[in-house]
Design a protein around this ligand. Structure first.
Ligand SMILES: [Zn+2]
Ligand SMILES: [Zn+2]
Length: 204
């Protein structure tokens, strides 16, 4: 499901049913919604921007969504020095363990209510939308307080586990109630005239 070497999830493209799975980085997800019912494992409905240019919908198990990027998915790569095919899962698990022990976490986003960066998982994201050429807007349900926060981050901040932007921008409290946040509201907010001003005064 997850392609560790490309830091991407893999999905079918309905336009190419016989074709190879397409790689889709987290920053190209557009919405993530937990399906009611299924619990073991939980299943998420993901809308993603495919490299064919269309948005598609796929289902992802909770483990794949949150742990695929950091866990022991068996991976082999061709070592160009030795010419041998070698497994890398053990090294990746070791890297993850060392980072978490240092207090680093694969993904962090800024919670407006708590006014601090919080460790999150991909399943904490509700909506993702391009904000400008290099930035994406993220609507995040904080795992600790449940509040919805809107952040603006680089693609790499989402796509590369343990990599964090120096500044994570928060769009402060745009909605009275998180249930009011529709995709259209979110886009409008990201592109609103106040966006630049808000970005400039935001906390790190
Ligand atoms: Zn496609
Ligand atoms: Zn919070």
């Amino acid at each position: 499901m997850y392609d560790v070497l490309r830091a991407s999830y893999r999905f079918h493209c309905p336009h190419r049913p016989e074709g190879q799975l397409r790689t889709v980085a987290l920053s190209r997800f557009r919405s993530i919604e937990r399906l009611p019912g299924a619990a073991h494992p939980a299943v998420f409905r993901v809308t993603y921007l495919c490299d064919c240019g269309d948005d598609h919908v796929g289902l992802v198990a909770h483990d794949d969504l949150d742990y695929g990027p950091i866990a022991a998915t068996p991976v082999e790569f061709r070592n160009l020095v030795t010419g041998r095919t070698e497994p890398v899962a053990g090294e990746l698990v070791e890297l993850t363990r060392a980072q978490v022990q240092k207090g680093n976490w694969p993904w962090k986003l800024f919670c407006g209510r708590e006014a601090k960066l919080k460790p999150v998982f991909p399943s904490s994201l509700a909506l993702v939308s391009p904000a400008d050429s290099e930035l994406v807007g993220v609507a995040m349900h904080c795992p600790s307080c449940g509040e919805l926060s809107l952040n603006v981050v680089s693609e790499a901040h989402l796509d590369v586990p343990f990599y964090h932007d120096r500044v994570v921008r928060l769009i402060d409290r745009p909605f009275l109630d998180s249930r009011d946040l529709t995709v259209d509201d979110f886009h409008e907010r990201l592109w609103s005239a106040g966006f630049d001003a808000e970005r400039a005064k935001l906390a790190s």
